[in-house]
Design a protein. Structure first.
Length: 124
């Protein structure tokens, strides 16, 4: 599947989940629901994918990407009043840690789903 079409399809499914659930739930509710919806559409979805940060052969940190779709699109979900620069920085670090080219930052709290695209600066 071409990269941009994957992103567009996933964004559409995110809007479907947001429209069905509406606002007011914890991030985990949207994560679990989105995982179900994506799998129902035939996507391969990894949930809470571990990311180890290495320094000189040692693990110095561990993070978890909310969802990775088809091994090539990282989704970072939020349910917050407003997205902040540190949310975007978090996604970019996940892209670097997974050696993935692109990702989506998704905020399910507002009445209209917020979507921001991000790209791995090391792979652009």
């Amino acid at each position: 599947m071409e990269n941009d079409s994957l992103t567009q399809l996933v964004i559409g499914i995110c809007f479907d989940v947001h429209n069905e659930l509406r606002t007011g739930y914890a991030e985990k509710v949207y994560e679990n629901s989105l995982c179900i919806a994506l799998r129902e559409e035939g996507f391969d979805v990894e949930q809470q994918h571990p990311i180890e940060i290495m320094f000189r052969g040692h693990v110095v940190g561990e993070y978890f990407a909310d969802l990775i779709v088809n091994g090539e699109l990282v989704l970072e979900l939020k349910a917050v009043k407003a997205l902040l620069p540190e949310h975007r920085a978090q996604l970019i670090n996940y892209l670097r840690g997974t050696n993935t080219r692109r990702g989506l930052l998704l905020n399910f709290a507002p009445p209209r789903l917020e979507v921001q695209r991000a790209y791995n600066p090391e792979l652009s």
